[in-house]
Design a binder for this molecule. Structure first.
Ligand code: NAD
Length: 292
């Protein structure tokens, strides 16, 4: 008889809609199997209308925890008992940990990004970064970078509904951390050139480069980059965006969003199980390469 799932198996859920396409169940279940841990990770179609009941279900069924994705990330906090400092500042939760009935909310997207930099021998602590984006992924990265000790962050965004979110992030960073943050309009190309020029790292955290904006980038041309600039993208499909293609051409050390995805999962994995995710094994199984 199969012994993988038993009466002792602990459950971790993923609550989002749509969610059936997610690679998280395959990632976590592979890691449990590899380490011989008695947990199972399953996806549940939950939207804002069923979220409160689903969270009550975590308590009632004594789930170890859960991941939360869209459209629930910015809503679920009010149903939880505690928020991490980053989740509080970002205003979003992607990981719930059940500690004896007390539900903690964490945001691990920024942790995942910062950890992926370390994994690729990139050390941005105490330095300046320029980041384009003010949406969910960008905000998580900006807040975590500031909390972790990045010295300066210059944020650029187009003047859409996210611009105000960026301004709010700048305000929070300057008020609550030792990092100095500034906001710029992405249309201001002189400012973009100037801010990139004395940055150690340049990050894309917009959806530009993936469908339906595949093959596109906000970077005007290669002259904005220099070979010793570190360039990162949150996009991982395609593995090489137009932005990273230009960075590669200039000779910049560059990294796509696979690392962020893997390490945001690894952070939750550690909180739920107390074990480190087997990173090198997962890279191999998932076919992850950051981009050389
Ligand atoms: P979002 O909708 O919250 O934010 C979108 C961002 O893109 C905003 O800053 C917006 O202003 C910007 N944008 C949209 N159209 C633009 C355009 N034409 N020109 C310039 N900027 C434009 O989305 P999100 O959840 O923050 O996701 C952003 C990207 O990050 C996506 O590509 C997503 O796949 C990726 N992501 C990766 C990970 C990971 O683990 N690697 C995690 C989350 C998101």
């Amino acid at each position: 008889m199969a012994e993988r799932l038993t009466g002792h198996t602990e459950l971790i859920g993923l609550m989002a809609y749509p969610i059936r396409h997610s690679s998280s169940p395959a990632m976590h279940n592979e890691a449990f199997a590899y380490l011989g841990l008695d947990y199972a990770y399953l996806a549940f179609e939950v939207d804002n209308s069923t979220l409160e009941d689903a969270v009550k279900g975590i308590r009632a069924l004594k789930l170890v925890g859960a991941n939360v994705s869209m459209p629930n990330k910015t809503v679920v906090g009010k149903y939880l008992d505690k928020l991490s400092p980053a989740a509080e500042l970002v205003g979003a939760v992607n990981t719930i940990v059940n500690r004896d009935g007390v539900l903690e909310g964490h945001i691990t997207d920024g942790i995942g990004y910062m950890e992926s930099l370390r994994d690729y021998d990139i050390d941005v602590i105490g330095k300046k970064m320029t980041i384009v984006g003010a949406g969910g992924a960008a905000t998580a990265i900006e807040i975590q970078a500031a909390l972790d000790g990045v010295a300066e962050i210059s944020i650029f965004n187009i003047k859409d509904k996210f611009y105000e979110v960026g301004e709010e992030t700048v305000r929070k960073i300057n008020e609550k951390t030792n990092c100095k943050a500034k906001m710029f309009d992405l249309a201001d190309k002189d400012a973009l050139r100037r801010e990139i020029a004395d940055s150690y790292l340049l990050a894309n955290a917009t959806g530009m480069g993936m469908k339906p904006l595949e093959g596109k980038t906000w970077l005007p041309d290669a002259s904005y980059l220099r070979p010793d600039l570190i360039v990162t993208d949150t996009v991982y499909a395609p593995a090489e965006t137009e932005f990273l293609r230009i960075a590669k051409e200039v000779g910049c050390k560059h990294m796509n969003g696979f690392g962020m995805m893997l390490f945001q999962g690894a952070a939750g994995f550690k909180m739920w199980t107390g074990h480190d995710m087997p990173i090198e094994h997962m890279k191999e199984v998932l076919g992850i390469r950051y981009g050389e």
